[in-house]
Design a protein around this ligand. Sequence first.
Ligand code: AMP
Length: 125
Amino acid sequence: MSSSGFEPTIFSRIIAREIPATIVAETEHIIAFLDIAPKAPVHVVVTTKDPQYQNVVELAAGNPALLAELVAVAERIADERTNGQFRLVFNTGAAAGQTVFHVHAHVLGSQESTDSLGEDSLGAL
Ligand code: AMP
């Protein structure tokens, strides 16, 4: 239990280096790592180091500049790792497939210039 009384999310434990992850980008406020269960050839989770926002709606209302920074990091990752076209998915709510209540985006893309994202990548993340 953290001092705030809330159990740290799995992403907070990755940020604290308590559990391993393949970190692919990091800024003062944002961290990105490979998804442990990839749903596309490129599947990176981009999240805020601050765990106070549970989803993108809360983040947009509470700190829009931080949301913009998250999107900028996601774009940079996509530029580096995909054919330049990508999906940016924010699951919002358990019924929509959200399992980690620490705001994050999924960057989903293909590695090859000829690839496109198939129907499979439209399913639950
Ligand atoms: P969501 O279902 O939108 O909340 O996304 C949570 C994502 O976190 C899922 O795609 C999981 O595969 C991913 N995930 C959970 N635990 C880990 C982990 N230890 N390292 C990397 N990705 C993880």
